[in-house]
Design a protein around this ligand. Sequence first.
Ligand code: ADP
Length: 396
Amino acid sequence: MKILVINCGSSSLKYQVIDMVTKNAIGKGLVERIGLSGSVLTHRTGSGEKEVIQAEIPNHTIAIKLVLEALVSPEYGAIKDLKEIYGIGHRVVHGGEKFSKSVLIDDEVMVALKECVELAPLHNPPNIAGIIACQKMMPGVPQVAVFDTAFHQTMQPNSYIYGLPYEFYKKYGIRKYGFHGTSHKYVSQRAAVLLQKPLGDLKLISCHLGNGASICAIRGGKSIETSMGFTPLDGLMMGTRSGQLDPAIVTYIMCRENFTVDQMNDFLNTKCGALGVSGVSSDFRDIEVAAGQGNVRARLALDIFEHDVRQFIGSYAAVLGGVDGIIFTAGVGENSASMREAICKNLEYIGVDLDREKNKVRSEEVDVSKPDARCRVLVIPTNEELMIALETQDLI
Ligand code: ADP
C-alpha cells in the first residue's frame, strides 16, 4: 500500500510516496517556481539519486501531472503504475475551528476549506489548488486533508482566547490556533514509544525548532498550550519572524517607518527574528559559525533564542504541573547539540540532567539524559510526511 503526500505552497510543491509497509519514502521531490519563469522539478529516488526536470509549469495541475509522470518513470520512478497509489494526504495549514482532526475530502469539506482561507490567505489557497489538481489528475483516489492546526483544538478557552473584546473572537475568529500540530503529534507519539510508557500518562513539552519554531505542552497526548497563536508569527523568535512582541511596537514602527499594513506584515515575517538581530543570516548554522568567530550580534541572536525556549519550557512546566520529557525536533532541535545543551542549562529544578556525551547526536531518535534524570530529554527527528500518510491510511 502506497500513499502520496502533497504539501503545496504558492509557487512550490513538495511530495513523497510512502510505502506503508516499510514506512519509507520510495520517491520524493520538489517542484519550484510554479507559475514563474524557470520552473523545475527535482525528483529523488528512494536511494537518493537526483533527477532534475525543467519544464514550463504554469499552475499546480501541470505540477501534479509532472510529479505523477516522474513517479511512474521507467528510469527513476517510484512505482510501476499510478493504481498503486491508494490515497493522497494533503498538508493543509489552517483548519480553523472546523477541523479538530484530519478528514476525508468531499464537496462539503471543500466548502469548509474555502471558508478557512480568510484565516490563512497565503497558505490555504495553494493547499486547495493542490487538492483540486489531484482530484483532476487522479479521479476516484481518496484524498485526505491533514491540518497544522487540528492537534491544538484540544486547548481550552483560557489558553486560546486573547485579552480582546470577546466579539472579535466571534466576529473574526481571532483566537490562538497554534501550528506545527502534525509535528508535535508525531514526536509526542514517538516519545511514548521511546520512554516505553502510555502516551495517556505522559506530560511532555515538544520543542519544534526549525526555521519556524514552536513549543507545545502535551498532556496525555493532547495539546493544552502552544506558542504560535492566531498566526505562525507568535511565540519564539524564529529565523526571520519576530515572535512575541509588545503589541504597541507594531503601531510604533509603522508610524516611525511609514510602513503600510502589507509592509509591516512583510517586515515582521521576513526581516526580523535571528536574521534581524544577527544581521548575518536566518540560518542557525551560519549564525553559529559567525558567533564562533566572535560576532557579537550573532551570539546575541543565539542567546535570545536559547533564553526564549527556556522561558517557554518553564512556563509550560507550570501549566502541565510537572514534565516527564522534553522533546527536541526540527532542523535546530534535531541537529544542534550546542543549542540543546544551552537550553537545558538551569532546568535541573524540573529534573533535567543532560548527558553531554549522549547529546552529541544528530537526527537520531535518542534519550540524551543521564540514567536517573526525572525529566527525560529526547531528540526525535520529526516526520510530518509520515504522520500525514498514517492519518490518510487511517481514514481510507
Ligand atoms: P523549516 O522546515 O521550518 O524550514 P527546518 O526544520 O528544516 O526548518 O530547520 C531549518 C533550520 O535548522 C535552519 O536554520 C538550519 O540552520 C538549522 N539547522 C540545520 N542543521 C543544523 C545544525 N547542524 N546546527 C544548527 N542548526 C542547524
